[in-house]
Design a protein around this ligand. Structure first.
Ligand code: AHR
Length: 644
């Protein structure tokens, strides 16, 4: 075996036809310290039945044909009669617990016990010995209702835990129970039974595992939240996406942050434009809290006071604007959001945050206005009203505009024209394009005007024809990210989209993380994102690069807090490349590098049943300031070197 200058063994007889070199020279350039983050949107059942840990489906009986045509207020619930039970369950709206969520169920008992069984979101997963917190609101409407019994059972009906709650009172009262499961099941159910002759109103029937991410009440599913936390994103964009402006639901679907904070029973559930229902249990408070818990900056997106141009499926032509008379109130809502996030606990909206258990401000730094709107005169007028009011009141906030849904074209050009005219600080570009597009656009931002708005690449993904999460697509994204690092003075933020997708509820592919009720299955694209997020820098080190005939992309950054130098090399070659990495211009480099390599069949995917086909492999190697390495075909290599 021969030794390379850096000491790495090279196989003797192997023919290595491709050569590349990366020679670092020149002054380091500061780049965005927040470059790589994530984008969470509630599609593919990402929130209810997904990241939000609530186990009861349709807990407040608000499902309706507006969510999905075959749904109604009793969807996911089944009538149960026991002990010679006679009676019925019916939906009511008079004297509700929450006028914004007016439906509740009335259990009328004539004899025995009558109740409802909830099937959860594709069943309820219960684990032996684990604790579950049950809560419901009950109210006696007629007669003399007796006690309420709650129980957890498995798919065969065997009881795994039960509790008896008090009889309902004459007004809505919360009742709670702690349930410890005596067995394991994936098809668990919750049964709520009323007894005593009379009518009992039930609403907000909720069951949470005690174990949530960081033990938060009304919290998140720990394994899924941990998979996100493991990325170490610098920011989280939420709540959409199309969900923000209501997509084809139009203005009625516009996301109203104020209806998503405060006690969950007081929030407003609403149809989700992706064809289901959002409880808003995962609301603005939970988003902010999650960001804080994982050390990411929050990046909320508020509607630009116009609906999506696809409203009522009126493709491209359906944009509606909030009436001018409503603008003052709407602008105030946006200003109030900033106060909710950043105001002192004594301010009007800071008090609401403090009442939720977070007196300290959340430190909001970014706010996006709009998502992929068609750039029309009416959009421009509404955007400007919101933008200018927020800029005047909070001049330090980094506001983000939009340049339409595509990486080029009419809206893109109009959006950029408008951004220049209004001197916007940042605009949001989106691109869902084939893998080759990403390789062809490595230099997209090299020529961007450094004096104009900076860029947030808010949604991107490499789309194979069949929308698979191949290694090839992931590497196209990786190559592109090296370009974003190089132009990290212009591109300040970037987030892959979409983030989450539940098995059996996946409406959009590809996604970053797939899951079902038991398992989390990160895609190979996730591995790329994780490697970039965990190896991000805040200075780009310029390099002269020979790319082996366009098969290689690379970037070199430095992370100030550790002093580490990080080299990323992406290859789409079908054969190995011998790449010389010359870091001689960097002082005090350690003589060894930590190396992580992600490689495999370019068409390989990490998916359910085969979750670990392509995983990063870690080793260390001797590294002289100039070292020749073998870069495997279809690979991402990350070298991390300490400096003294
Ligand atoms: O990421 C899925 C969708 O794609 C987003 O909701 C929207 O902004 C884009 O069109």
């Amino acid at each position: 075996m021969g030794q390379t200058p850096g000491g790495e063994a090279a196989p003797k007889a192997m023919i290595l036809p491709l050569l590349a070199s990366i020679v670092v020279a020149g002054a380091p350039k500061p780049i965005s310290p927040d470059l790589f983050g994530i984008f969470f949107e509630d599609l593919n059942a990402a929130a209810d039945g997904g990241l939000y840990a609530e186990l009861v489906q349709n807990r407040s009986f608000e499902y309706s044909p507006l969510d999905r045509k075959e749904w109604n207020g009793l969807t996911a619930w089944t009538l149960v009669k026991e002990r010679g039970g006679e009676g019925r369950a019916s939906l009511r709206t008079g004297a509700p617990l929450n006028p914004d969520n007016p439906h509740y169920v009335s259990l009328v008992v004539e004899k025995g016990a009558v109740g409802l069984r909830n099937e959860g979101f594709d069943g309820i997963v219960l684990r032996k010995g684990e604790t579950y917190d049950l809560a419901l609101f009950a109210c006696a409407f007629a007669g003399q209702p007796g006690t309420i019994t709650v129980r957890l059972e498995n798919e065969a009906g065997a009881v795994l835990a039960s509790a008896v709650l008090g009889a309902p009172s004459d007004d809505w009262r919360k009742q709670t129970a702690t349930l410890v499961s005596s067995g394991d099941t994936e098809g668990g159910r919750l049964v709520v039974l009323a007894s005593g002759k009379g009518a009992t109103g039930l609403d907000m029937v909720s069951l949470f595992p005690r174990k949530t991410f960081r033990g938060r009440a009304n919290g998140l599913r720990p394994d899924l939240a941990q998979a996100i936390a493991d990325l170490q994103p610098k920011f989280v964009r939420f709540p959409g996406g199309c969900v923000v402006h209501g997509g084809w639901l139009g203005l009625s679907g516009m996301y109203d942050w104020k209806k998503t904070v405060g006690p969950v029973e007081g929030r407003r559930a609403q149809p989700n434009q992706w064809g289901y229902h959002q409880t808003t249990g995962l609301g603005y408070f939970e988003y902010f809290q999650f960001c804080e818990d994982i050390g990411a900056k929050p990046l909320p997106v508020v509607p630009a006071a116009v609906s999506c141009q696809n409203t009522d499926s009126n493709w491209g032509k359906g944009q509606e604007a909030l009436p001018l008379a409503a603008m003052k109130g709407y602008i105030q809502d946006v200003l109030d959001l900033v106060e909710y996030a950043n105001g002192p606990a004594t301010s009007k909206w800071g008090r609401v945050r403090a009442a939720a258990g977070h007196p300290k401000p959340f430190g909001l730094e970014y706010l996006a206005i709009g998502n992929e709107e068609a750039i029309t005169p009416v959009f421009e007028s509404r955007f400007k009203m919101v933008h200018d009011a927020v800029r005047a009141r909070y001049p330090k906030l980094k506001l983000i505009g939009t340049v339409g849904p595509f990486p080029s074209g009419e809206d893109f050009d109009a959006g950029w024209r408008f951004a220049r005219q209004e001197r916007l600080g940042l605009v949001d570009e989106h691109y869902y394009m084939p893998p080759d597009w990403f390789w062809d656009n490595l230099a997209r931002y090299d020529g961007y005007d450094r004096g104009a708005a900076k860029v947030y690449a808010g949604e991107y993904a490499a789309h194979e024809k069949g929308r698979e999460n191949t290694l090839r697509a992931a590497l196209a994204e990786a190559a592109y990210l090296t370009g974003l690092e190089r132009d990290g003075d212009v591109v300040r933020l970037a987030s892959y989209a979409p983030l989450l997708a539940k098995q059996g509820h996946t409406q959009w592919r590809p996604d970053l993380i797939y899951f079902d009720n038991r398992t989390v299955c990160p895609s190979v694209n996730y591995e790329v994102q994780r490697l970039f997020m965990r190896n991000a820098g805040d200075f780009h080190l310029p390099a002269a690069v020979e790319t082996a005939g366009g098969t290689l992309a690379s970037s070199v950054v430095r992370e100030s807090k550790s002093g580490d130098v990080i080299v990323k090399i992406v290859s789409r070659a079908e054969t190995p490349i011998r790449a010389t990495v010359d870091l001689s211009s960097i002082k005090g480099l350690a003589p060894r590098a930590a190396r992580t390599v992600l490689t495999g069949d370019p068409l390989a995917e990490n998916r359910f049943g085969e979750p670990a086909r392509v995983l990063p492999k870690l080793d260390t190697l001797p590294f002289a300031p100039k070292t020749t390495l073998e870069i495997p075909p279809s690979s991402l290599t990350v070298l991390r070197l300490k400096t003294r």
